[in-house]
Design a protein around this ligand. Structure first.
Ligand SMILES: [Mn+2]
Length: 311
């Protein structure tokens, strides 16, 4: 697959690297790290994300300002990073080849070439392995992007798929010039006051079910308005529910628009979140998954999830 991917890259001139809706550090960092490296082999590289506003916490990543939300008129190759399915990108399928690089076990293999490693803690690890295989240049700027993606997507080296390989890659990226302390501070210690206010509302909405094994929190569009927070400020709030000692499943519902709700799930001690998410048309990993629903269906869905948890 690496060989096929390199062939695809080398015969293409105009390459668009695409990241997923509601982007996280892994999709943005993998996209920029890959692009920075591909520019050293004289490729024209465009960065695409469908969102009008990107999370500001990634603004220190090299080439961040080059990410555009309009798709170029012409390209011969689209490289998708960290997108489990084609609709996560938000563009219509046109006349281009697709290289699909990811680590989601639910990936739908929508590429002409798919490089999926579901044992890796981040997509940036897959990108890193590909760059090393192809012997493309890995500058400190490239390493910074890939490391930021790895650190954050692995929960700072505490999630499920963290193992010796994760630390090996992290260590190599540090040798290529990534600065772990600086990157961690820039990613985690620059919250806005609006985000902390949103956390306050999140915590006050908390309901505990099933002897406090299930935690449910909910934010409406109005809560975002009241606090001045952006949708992207709600990223990782679901983790707070899971941090409660008794909680094994944290459910976080937040309103997107037009009475549509995004439901994020996190678990510890064995509940399979992706099984629940897939059932409702979403996707993800065992301990982390999500899906979108209509407001009118929410109560039924929560009841159903609680029944599943009983089982
Ligand atoms: Mn990822």
């Amino acid at each position: 697959m690496f060989k096929k991917a390199v062939n695809l890259i080398e015969k293409s001139n105009n390459i668009v690297i695409v990241s997923h809706k509601n982007p996280d550090a892994d999709t943005i960092g993998s996209m920029l790290g890959l692009g920075i490296s591909l520019k050293t082999i004289k490729k024209k590289v465009f960065y695409f994300n469908i969102e009008k506003e990107l999370p500001k916490k990634f603004d220190f990543l090299p080439s961040y300002s080059k990410i555009k939300n309009n798709f170029p008129k012409y390209c011969d190759l689209v490289i998708s990073v960290d997108c489990g399915s084609f609709d996560r990108i938000g563009i219509p399928k046109k006349n281009f080849s697709i290289l699909n690089i990811d680590h989601h076990k639910t990936n739908t293999l929508f590429g002409d070439v798919d490089i999926i490693n579901k044992d890796y803690a981040s997509t940036s690890m897959v990108v890193f392995e590909l760059l090393k295989y192809a012997k493309y240049k890995i500058s400190p700027e490239c390493a910074t992007c890939l490391y930021a993606a790895l650190a954050e997507d692995s929960g700072y080296f505490k999630f499920d798929r963290v193992n010796a390989k994760t630390f090996e890659n992290a260590s190599e990226l540090i040798n290529f010039g990534a600065k772990p302390n600086k990157i961690a501070n820039l990613l985690t210690n620059r919250n806005s006051l609006a985000k902390l206010r949103l956390m306050q509302i999140y915590l006050s909405s908390m309901e505990l079910k099933k002897y406090a094994k299930v935690c449910i929190c909910r934010l409406s569009i109005n809560d975002f308005k009241k606090s001045g927070a952006l949708i992207s400020d709600s990223e990782n709030l679901v983790q707070i529910g899971l941090s409660l000692a008794t909680v094994e499943l944290s459910i976080f519902m937040y309103e997107l628009q037009n009475r549509q709700y995004k439901i994020s799930l996190r678990s510890k001690n064995g509940i399979d979140c992706s099984e629940i998410a897939i059932y409702y048309g979403g996707g993800g990993h065992k301990k982390s998954a999500g899906f979108t629903v209509d407001l009118k269906d929410i109560d039924d869905i929560i009841d159903n999830i609680l029944k599943k948890v009983d089982r």
